[in-house]
Design a protein around this ligand. Sequence first.
Ligand code: SF4
Ligand code: SF4
Length: 501
Amino acid sequence: MTRWGMVIDLEKCVGCDTCSAACSQMNHVPAGAGWRQVIPLDMPKLGNPQNGRLFLPTNCMHCSDAPCQTVCPTTATFRHADGIVDIHDELCIGCGYCVVACPYLARTITRFDEVYAFTPELLTTASDRSGICTKCNFCLPRVEAGLAQGLTPGVDAAASPNCVNFCIADAIHFGDLHDPASNISRMIQEKPTMRLQEELGTDPAIQYVMRPDYTGMNGTAVELVPPRKQKVWHKPAAFNFILGGTGAAVYLLGLWLDWLGVPVTEWYKLLGPVLVGLGLLGLTLEAGRPFRSIHILRGWRHSWMSREAWAAVLFMPLAFAEWIWPHAALALLAGLAALAFLISQGFIVYRSRAVTAWNKPVVLWIMVAASFVSGAGFFLLAAALFNQTVIPYLAVAGLVSVLVQGGLWLVYLRGSGDKAFGLGTAVLRKRRSLLVTVGLGVVVPLILLTGILLVDLPPLLLGVTAVFGGGAVLLGSAGLKAQLILQAGYLRGIQAGPVQT
Ligand code: SF4
Ligand code: SF4
């Protein structure tokens, strides 16, 4: 079976960027996007005392274990039998999940409002690609058309990708990685080559001809491109994690109180789904193509974002039905859907493989714990105003969840990782951040909630303490999620793998 791939000769590339210009022109790449980058690398910074520069052309690596594909909630991203990873434009909703999963910085989403107006591309051919994710497809239509004419991709120009044809230095070569006699297989056998991010196990289809002494790495990985802040998930995404998580946890805590036989007003059965719905609405507004959002339900087999959506669309009507027709079976099903929603949210963040400050198992549990914390805080605030009998129970739930969240947070901040993890968590370790996440989110609630449990407070003081305790819990937990999503999201840098000679 054919597997299309590339060999790029770093000894030949002169950094002229002609390949990028040709790619954008021939593929009608939307304004503001770029399917290729040619990145200058200073040799001394790479450990080579020799002055000078290397140029690293990059594009989608057409990974055989592609993180972008496994997270895509709509199944827009898929892999052809010949190994080319492609996008069904009409299914993509521009959610950006693939962008924070791709460890090669290969994907872009452009929006009309983010590029300067009236570019020729916008006005002519690329407007249907605005708001969705786009990336290199190895010029697949050209390759297929060439094959249909009996031509050989990589040998015949009419069947080869545009970057290969336009490279002025003959640095880019295309062919079949699985054919030992192909042009690129022979290059790999004859020359020293390396692949990027080898340690991630994505099996990229692009190899680079590179002398080991160029970087002084001699078998060790070297960072070629530094980490950069992710720019696809903004406040609406954080809003969804905060509101949705709080809503699902409010519902579960209400069920727990019901199960204990504590007289609890029924409002939580509506408030939970309403908060989840508002969170999803915020997220939908951030998607590049919100009116196609129904496609998010297609990818449930592999994508946690799709599973989150499924959990939400099951949870909301089930909770509403249970409010109208109270029944233990309905309550159980709605509770299970709420739990699935919370766990899916944790997995969404954890499975973002390009963001190393998120791609830690402990982050999954921090997200779940923080939802219970904010749920308890929200419930406490409401209980202080409407139903003080449940305050001690909520104080216990708040204390337990705050302790779990605080413990996990400290474990997370003491952990180690690559440069992107260090950059992301450095922000979270700053005093101002700790004042919110630990001071407001742990210390203040510990004092106030313990006071509620140990001191026999008069009703007015009990209500005031619950308001302040609940408010601190809610703000601390919301601040933690917001900072994790908005501040710590650095995309990992690109590393050269060991050179194979
Ligand atoms: S390089 Fe990125 S976009 Fe391309 S297949 Fe790999 S993970 Fe997906
Ligand atoms: S639907 Fe989302 S994850 Fe899938 S290709 Fe589009 S932006 Fe990427």
